[in-house]
Structure formats: C-alpha cells, structure tokens
Design a protein around this ligand. Structure first.
Ligand code: CA
Length: 364
C-alpha cells in the first residue's frame, strides 16, 4: 500500500469526519442542495382561467406555495384548454405532462367509478362532514390507495358547500318534467338523473353557458350563486332550483404526479400538505361569504325565479341515489371498502349532526 493511497484514504476519512463533526455530512450536503433547488412545475386545471372561487383555488395555491417556499416551488397555473382539455387533467398529470392538477374526482368516474365518492355523493355528506371523513375518518388513506396505481397523489383542495340544483328552461313540477330533460350534471348525480328519465350530459364549465343558451341542453347545474353569476347563467335560463341534492358539499382535488412528489424535499412536501388544506378551507369560506349577495343580485337585478324542487321529486331522486351508490360499491373490493368507510362515517356523523348542526339550524 503506497503512502499516496493511504493519504487519499486518510483525506477522505478526515473530510467525512470533519464534515460530520461540524454538522455537514453527505446527507446534509444533499439536503442543502435540494434546499436551494428550484422546482418549476405546471399546474393544469379543469376550470376556465381565473374563474372566481373554483378557478382561484389553484391560483392561490400556487401563489401561497411560492411565498412559503421563498420561490423554490415555482408553479405556473394553466386554465382548461390552455395546455390540455379540462377532462384530460387526470391523464396528463399521471403521464407527467404537468406535475400537478386541480379539478374534481367525479370527473374521472368513467375511468374509476368510485372516485366520485371523494368529490360528492348525492344526498351524502356536507363539506364539514367530508373534511372529517377525509382527514380524521380514514378517507384520505383510501383516496391515496385508489390513485396510487395511476401514479398520482391526491389532496383535498377546495369545497363549494351545498350547491344549487341548477338552471332550468322548463319548470319542474313533477317527476314527469324530468322525462327527456337534457341536463349538464356530472358524477353520480348524472346517473341518478338518467334513472329518473333524464339525459345527463358531461360538459366542462367553459362550455356550459353556450350549451344552455343555444338549447343544446335544457338545464344545467354548475355550483351556486357566486360562481353561477360569474358564468352569466341567468341570461340563458329563467328558473333557478334548489337544493343541490346531487352535490351537498363537493370536495375539489389537487393531484400531484407521484415521481414529481417524491423528487421534493420533505419541507416542500409539507408545504403542499399545508397549502392544500388551507385552500380547502379558504374556498369554502369564500363561497360562504359571497353566495348570499350573489343570490340577491340574481333575483333583484336579473329577475331570476328561485324555485324549490317538489318533495316527491326529491324523494324519488333520493331512492335512486341509494341504488346508484350501492351498485358502484360492487365494482371491485377497493370500491367496496371505500363505500363501507364512507357509509359508516356518514351514518355516525348524521346521527350526531341531527342533535347538533341540524337541531341548531332548526332553532334559529
Ligand atoms: Ca356542480
């Protein structure tokens, strides 16, 4: 063994020991490198660019992450159709065309039927209840398990609260009025409408107004007064029905490409966890604050006729919903576990909310 080789070995050893002794070993050097690395990501959405509330969720998420990370997570947001179409978001993020997406899980029902349970279930849980299930009732673990084979990591990232039943160009006075009704309504609600005799249509938000105005559809649901006012739906239909039986508190999702997620250092991952939770709450707060005045504008300034769906129509839709949701659970073992988890949590929270939230609302 030559002195030279010993010297090299000794130098490396000293370097390691020396660095280790001062708290800067190889692991720390790697962490330092990733602490300085800037990740430039694309975030594609199912919403028209800068649509109030729904579309501002991903914009605020990107801005929040930029500030939290001091610019290390630099995310550019694309509206529907700018990079890929609204309904291509899931596949595009799975394939890595973009690192991140924002939309609603029920848009992927054609690919994964049970995904709808992670956005909303007709006559199912409210926003408050969904958040309880997802974050403290096992829902999020099931959601991550469901998306894992697609290389995606989901996060709850927005909620509108209870929606409106929608905009109609014909009056709904009985079940007969649903026959042949061509309506834009996504998710499980669409399947329920179909069984009630209607014709559900799936359209992204950016195409809803034109379809309604041209008579391509007879009715549409969208969100609630604040978002519906922004889309101008009042000028394409006269009757505005409630309640939103089909979407009692839809959770929106942020999805992250799994490889991109795993490339992030732990602090940036924690920032995404925190920022999505913040947007999840923020959007619900914005809708709560703005729906009321938007509804007054719709009724007072745009002469919208506000109507409640008849009780017998609601009762029929509720019966059909129970069937549709139960059938979905039979599609595979994971779907069955998700269904059982959702239903068990929903039943428990419903019992308690009968004597808390619901009992209180009836007293005031
Ligand atoms: Ca909706």
């Amino acid at each position: 063994m030559s002195f030279g080789r010993l010297g090299l070995f000794g130098c490396v050893l000293l370097l390691l020991l020396g660095c280790g002794g001062s708290g800067g070993g190889p692991a720390t050097q790697t962490a330092d490198a990733s602490a300085q690395q800037v990740f430039r990501w694309k975030l594609i959405t199912t919403w028209p660019k800068n649509l109030p509330a729904l579309g501002m969720g991903p914009e605020r998420l990107a801005e929040l992450l930029r500030v939290m990370s001091s610019g290390r997570l630099d995310i550019k947001v694309y509206g529907a159709g700018e990079l890929v179409g609204a309904f291509e978001v899931f596949d595009a993020v799975a394939q890595g065309t973009a690192e991140m997406g924002h939309g609603a899980a029920y848009y992927w029902r054609g690919k994964i039927p049970v995904a709808a349970m992670f956005s909303t279930v007709p006559f199912g849980m409210t926003a408050q209840e969904m958040n309880g299930w997802l974050h403290y009732g096992g829902g999020m673990d099931l959601w991550r398990e469901l998306y894992a084979p697609f290389g995606l990591v989901p996060f709850a990232c927005g909620n509108s609260g209870v929606q409106m039943a929608g905009w109609f160009n014909r009056e709904i006075n009985s079940l007969a009025d649903l026959q042949g009704l061509k309506m834009r309504i996504p998710g499980l609600g669409g399947e329920v409408l179909k069984r009630a005799g209607g014709v559900p249509v799936s359209l992204p938000g950016g195409e809803v107004f034109t379809a309604l105005q041209t008579g391509a559809i007879d009715a549409t649901e969208w969100v609630g007064p604040y978002n519906d006012l922004a889309l101008g739906l009042y000028s394409a239909a006269r009757f505005y029905y409630y309640p939103g039986w089909h979407e009692p508190g839809p959770t929106l999702e942020a999805i992250v490409n799994k490889e991109a997620w795993e490339s992030l250092p732990p602090d940036l991952q924690a920032m995404i966890e925190a920022a999505t939770r913040m947007i999840n709450e923020d959007m619900l707060s914005e809708f709560t604050a703005r729906n009321n005045s938007a509804l007054r504008t719709l009724v007072d300034e745009h002469a919208v006729e506000l109507r409640k769906l008849p009780d017998d129509v609601i009762a029929r839709l509720r019966d059909l919903s129970t069937q549709v949701v139960a059938e979905m659970a039979e599609s595979d073992p994971l779907a069955s576990r998700i269904y059982d988890s959702y239903m068990e949590f929903a039943a428990g929270v419903r019992d308690y909310h009968r004597i808390s939230e619901q009992a209180y609302l009836e007293t005031r």
